[in-house]
Design a protein around this ligand. Structure first.
Ligand code: ADP
Ligand code: MG
Length: 389
């Protein structure tokens, strides 16, 4: 269990002022192998959790206040558990406040706490540090209250906290993955029915995540505007085809027929969603067949669709994808997450991953002038309490 050294030191410092020993929780990062922006359109996704963690240590207080220290941000924030409401201005503490409000709303009487948080997950880079923060907070607050809830229920509660308190209209994928992940597996999730299937990740396949170093800002940025465009497209389509209840219901033939009603931009947004749902199914088959090459080309097709049809890439990320694809052993790559920056996911045969990582590092450094942050994916289990032994 490799906790950040500064986190261990901070727990010791905090323990001096807190009577009880406290409890330790962690939640993994989420890497979406494929199925990008399909989740809030009721579609299919194929994510996995990876062994990068948001760590949380919680000490009980005797009052109903919650104090949270984020070592990542070097900030302390407080709130009261009584009468929590969304605020006009959002900040990082809203992810925790929102979860606390959701739990209280679900009938769980929470206890006040002093909470310390640190994370290995780069914030705002498409690896879902936000859902990791939500899930780890939910489990810790529940644990302190002596209660538990089913993982699926917690995922929905955390998603709703992100909608109402952080004001990001995210889908369910991040929270569901972090709540329900299984070690060594990817999760095929139908975001409408919430039917899930665990898909083993073959040991002969390697995934590498490389951070472009460029950061998006979801609440003010283009993520919600894509969700708005999808809602607009759905309205136009449903007016012509009432059986279409979400963009998930769209097939290629209907899409082509409806092109004039949609216009160029909305047509391309929809085309990304239709092709992406198809790619998710093909990617499951590729994993089942140990077909790294097929998976690689699906990732590359996904990137082209996000860049050209969904238009959420950016020049730095396109350059990184091209750099990765030029390296020996790389079978395909794509941007991951909300867009406009963040990380790139690269697929190789397992034997090629270390060599490919080294070459990408060198070429990135030559292009950008600094070393990239990188992570070799190691499919991890769900958010959970950790015994300190
Ligand atoms: P992603 O989920 O891809 O990392 P988001 O923009 O959805 O990107 O979430 C990032 C935001 O979540 C941060 O800007 C911050 O507000 C909050 N957050 C996540 N992890 C932490 C943390 N360890 N400490 C404080 N805030 C965090
Ligand atoms: Mg997020």
């Amino acid at each position: 269990m490799r906790m950040p050294a500064r986190f261990t030191r901070a727990i010791q410092d905090m323990a001096v002022d807190n009577a009880a020993g406290g409890r330790l929780f962690r939640a993994p990062a989420r890497i979406n192998i494929i199925g990008e922006h399909t989740d809030y359109n009721d579609g299919l996704v194929l994510p996995t959790a990876t062994a990068l963690f948001t760590w949380l240590h919680i000490f009980e207080r005797s009052d109903r206040r919650v104090q949270v220290t984020s070592l990542n941000l070097d900030q302390v924030a407080h709130f009261s558990l009584d009468g929590i409401e969304p605020s006009a201005e959002t900040s990082w503490i809203d992810y925790v406040r929102g979860v606390a409000a959701g739990l209280e709303g679900a009938g769980v009487r929470l206890r006040g706490a002093n909470i310390l948080i640190d994370s290995d997950i780069p914030l705002g880079s498409g690896l879902s540090s936000s859902a990791a923060l939500e899930l780890v907070s939910a489990q810790a607050l529940l644990g302190l209250a002596g209660r538990s809830l089913p993982a699926e229920r917690l995922a929905e509660l955390c998603q709703s906290a992100e909608h109402r308190y952080a004001k990001v209209q995210c889908g369910i994928m991040d929270q569901y993955t972090i709540a329900c992940a299984r070690k060594g597996h990817a999760l095929l999730l139908d975001c409408r029915s919430l039917q899930a299937m665990q898909v083993p990740i073959p040991g002969d396949l390697g995934f590498l995540v490389v951070d472009s170093g460029v950061r998006h800002c979801l609440p003010d940025g283009n993520y919600n505007s894509r969700a708005d465009e999808c809602a607009e497209a759905l309205k136009l389509l449903a007016a012509e085809q009432p059986q279409i209840k979400s963009l998930r219901d769209l097939d290629r033939a209907t899409l082509e027929r409806c092109e004039p009603a949609l216009g160029d931009v909305l047509y391309r947004r929809c085309r990304h969603l239709v092709s992406e749902n198809e790619r998710v199914r093909k990617a499951v088959t590729a994993l089942q067949n140990h077909d790294a090459r097929a998976l690689g080309s699906l990732l590359s097709d996904c990137h082209a669709s996000l860049r050209d049809d969904y238009e959420i890439s950016c020049p730095e990320v396109d350059t990184l994808v091209a750099t990765a694809n030029s390296v020996d052993g790389v079978l395909g790559s794509r941007m991951v997450g909300g867009g406009f920056g963040g990380c790139v996911l690269v697929v190789t045969a397992a034997d090629d991953i270390a060599g490919a990582a080294e070459q990408i590092r060198e070429r990135y450094a030559a292009n950008v002038g600094s070393e990239p942050w990188m992570h070799i994916v190691n499919a991890a289990g769900p958010a959970q309490e950790i015994s300190e032994s």
